[in-house]
Write a protein that binds this ligand. Structure first.
Ligand SMILES: Nc1ncnc2c1ncn2[C@@H]1O[C@H](COP(=O)(O)OP(=O)(O)O)[C@@H](O)[C@H]1O
Ligand SMILES: [Mg+2]
Length: 372
């Protein structure tokens, strides 16, 4: 198994902080880092953005795929894209600034409460249903790739990092890509489905199985296949796979409400082309919320007392328990203007598109984008 799309490694860039990109975005703070990019907070006039940088010298050019995918999806729980472009060293995606990732929030707290997990799980299923309906798989579902919104959007959890996203079926015929064995892991071993770890082509079931492992990780603070000792990555992935196969859903979800065991069983038994019953999965969280008498008020474990007051006053008017998403600020203007820069590769900073409010057809200047 070789791991060239495995999202579990680290590296540092040192020429970004305090620099201005595209004559606008001044990077003031590093926000995070994954294996394929580094994220900085940037200011432009009074506005704040997140800039994702990808080293152009690396062979896996994922950021253009990500920019195209997020822009195509334009979802309520997916960040807004402002621009995409490149400099000599970096591809750069300018997007909506968000808050802390669920991984960072978990590290601060060790575990999440059942209520927080149900409210997150419900939204995560909504978001997966939304992207799957638009023919896209995420393929790297993990806590680092779910990020809370900021300010008046802090009630929402956003799905980010579409670098490994892929179109899984023809939008016209709805015929799915064939089930092939790729012999490489795409995604992150800890949260990957059993079939993804075996190296099979992903389908909707794999995104959903990963959500199941994440929710158990949130409730218990760890998963049984963490901290497995192995000499090589290959050996480690093999051991993780063996553990995932060996452990029963019952044992994995011991001491948790039965609904989590049902979730894992259901997602593990989905067929490759089977359309998941998203309603049935949402109902599992719904059932727990009702039984426990939890209010779907978007008050998470980390919600501050100030935020609690505003959210309580909002939900009081909705007659107590409500599962519908609360009204939030309309997603920002989703209209884009795209322009070519085919012959300008010598220019140091090159914007491929920027949102200026005028809608035009989406066009990309290289064939690298696998989605369109
Ligand atoms: N729009 C954003 N606003 C705030 N923080 C972000 C944003 N996008 C990413 N981050 C932070 O940076 C981390 C890495 O970003 P990500 O897009 O997942 O990069 P990678 O592809 O390298 O994994 C995330 O886990 C999150 O903590
Ligand atoms: Mg990531």
């Amino acid at each position: 198994m070789f791991n060239y799309l495995d999202s579990d490694s680290d590296e540092e860039y040192d020429d970004i902080l305090d620099q201005t990109f595209f004559n606008k975005y001044h990077c003031i703070r590093k926000l995070g880092q994954g294996s394929f990019g580094q994220i900085y907070e940037a200011n432009y006039k009074k506005e704040k953005y997140a800039l994702k940088f990808e080293d152009r010298k690396k062979d896996h050019n994922l950021l253009q795929n990500e920019a195209a995918t997020i822009n195509y999806l334009k979802g309520p729980n997916i960040p807004f894209v402002k621009s995409y472009g490149f400099t000599t060293n970096y591809n750069i995606l300018v997007m909506q600034l968000l808050g802390k990732s669920l991984e960072n929030l978990l590290i601060e707290r060790k575990k999440f409460s059942l209520k927080t997990v149900c409210m997150l799980g419900y939204q995560m299923i909504n978001t997966l249903e939304f992207i799957h309906d638009k023919h896209i798989l995420h393929r790297d579902i993990k806590p680092d790739n779910f990020v809370m919104g900021l300010d008046e959007l802090s009630n929402k959890v956003y799905l980010i990092d579409f670098g490994l996203a892929k179109k899984y079926r023809s939008p016209k015929t709805l015929i799915q890509n064939p089930l092939v064995e790729k012999n490489k892991l795409i995604g992150t071993a800890r949260y990957a489905s059993i079939n993804a770890l075996k190296g099979y082509e992903h389908s909707r079931r794999d995104d959903l199985e990963s959500i199941g492992y994440i929710l158990i990780y949130f409730l218990k603070g760890r998963l049984p296949w963490q901290k497995i000792n192995a000499k090589t990555k290959k050996e480690k992935y093999k051991k993780i796979l063996e553990k995932k196969i060996e452990i029963s859903s019952f044992e994995l979800c011991k001491d948790l409400p039965k609904e989590f065991e049902d979730y894992i069983e259901y997602s593990k038994n989905l067929g490759y082309t089977e359309k998941p019953d998203y309603d049935k999965l949402r109902k599992l969280f719904d059932d727990i919320m009702k039984r426990e008498n939890y209010n779907y008020d978007y008050i998470y474990d980390w919600t501050t007392s100030e935020e609690k007051e505003t959210r309580r006053s909002k939900t009081e008017t909705t007659n107590g328990y409500s599962l519908s998403n609360p009204e939030t600020k309309e997603d920002e203007d989703n209209k884009y203007n795209y322009f070519y820069n085919n012959n300008n590769s010598h220019i140091k900073q090159n914007l491929i598109f920027e949102n200026d409010g005028k809608e035009k057809d989406i066009v990309y200047c290289s064939g690298a984008c696998s989605i369109f």
